[in-house]
Design a protein around this ligand. Structure first.
Ligand SMILES: [Mn+2]
Length: 297
């Protein structure tokens, strides 16, 4: 790593993860190719954003989700580290949200010498199940637990056995659908959850301020993972697991503008785009707007 970390003032390199191995609907594997086709990330003032690669599940792993996610996660770690080492800002585009395991393991590794990693998890769900608590067994409901060190060893030991995130440096924004097992885990760990009720009561601006304090305090840098299902499905239907009562695209984009050029903001992720459920690429455009929000004009 170079002494100064990449910010969104630098070049942004997109790593696509064209996989739905962790989710029931295969269409979100088409997300990265669709977003690249629509060029939603390219309408930026300085054209500093470019696709690096799109990772895919090898044929041999297509029927073994755990192996597929573990293999892709390993490849992502290398890609994310390489982008950071080159002084660029990584933007990972899923695929289902199990891509977060590889993304944040890679960023954790790159920051390890400097200090812990903070993470804002923007999602309608908690994604904090393990195989022991998950009703569906789908891995896209588990990535945050894995990063905190809980779950199947094939996933928690990606790039080393240690937990990639400490609970005190993590928070969730936009939650409105969850099961008891995952809520219990986050509660026991003391992870701060800003659910939609709190956001509607206090306003996203105030909540986002508090979230930034959590992920900045005592960390070497922080990232943002956006599950597009955090957005309201009446406005943005193109996601794998829509839940009513979400964030408006404009309010989330406005909150994210706070991160423009922030040197401690080191990586971003956007997951769960499902082009087959989208209406006239509205949700694809939303993904583009959320990324453009963090880029300095
Ligand atoms: Mn998610």
């Amino acid at each position: 790593m170079k002494p100064d970390l990449p910010s969104t003032r630098r070049n942004i390199r997109i790593i696509g993860v064209a996989s739905c191995a962790g989710a029931p609907d295969p269409a979100c594997a088409e997300g990265p190719d669709a977003l690249r086709h629509y060029q939603v990330f390219h309408d930026t003032p300085l054209q500093r954003i470019a696709w690096d690669t799109i990772l895919r599940v090898p044929r041999a792993q297509q029927n073994t989700p755990l192996h597929a996610v573990a293999l892709l996660s390993d490849r992502q770690v290398s890609k994310v580290e390489a982008v950071l080492r080159a002084g660029h800002f990584p933007l990972v585009v899923g695929g289902d949200h199990s891509c977060a395991i590889g993304t944040w393991s890679g960023v954790h590794h790159a920051l390890a010498d400097k200090g812990p990693l903070g993470l804002i998890w923007i999602d309608a769900h908690m994604d904090s199940h393990t195989f022991a608590t998950s009703p569906s067994g789908q891995i896209h409901g588990m990535p945050l637990a894995c990063l905190l060190g809980y779950g199947d060893a094939a996933l928690t030991a990606i790039d080393g056995a240690e937990a990639k995130l400490r609970p005190e440096h993590v928070c969730l924004i936009g939650v409105r659908s969850f099961e008891a097992g995952e809520a219990d885990l986050l509660h026991q760990l003391g992870v701060r959850v800003f659910d939609m009720d709190e956001i509607r009561r206090r306003g996203l601006t105030e909540v986002f301020d508090e979230a930034l304090t959590i992920v900045r305090d005592g960390t070497a840098g922080f990232g943002v993972s956006v599950d597009l299902d955090a957005l309201d499905p009446t406005e943005e239907p193109g996601v794998g697991s829509p839940v009513p009562g979400g964030l408006r695209r404009a309010e989330l984009a406005e909150a994210l503008t706070r991160l423009r050029g922030d040197p401690s903001f080191v990586a971003m992720e956007i997951a769960e785009y499902n082009p087959r459920r989208d209406h006239k690429h509205a949700t694809a455009d939303a993904a583009g707007d959320l990324v453009k929000a963090v880029i300095p004009l």
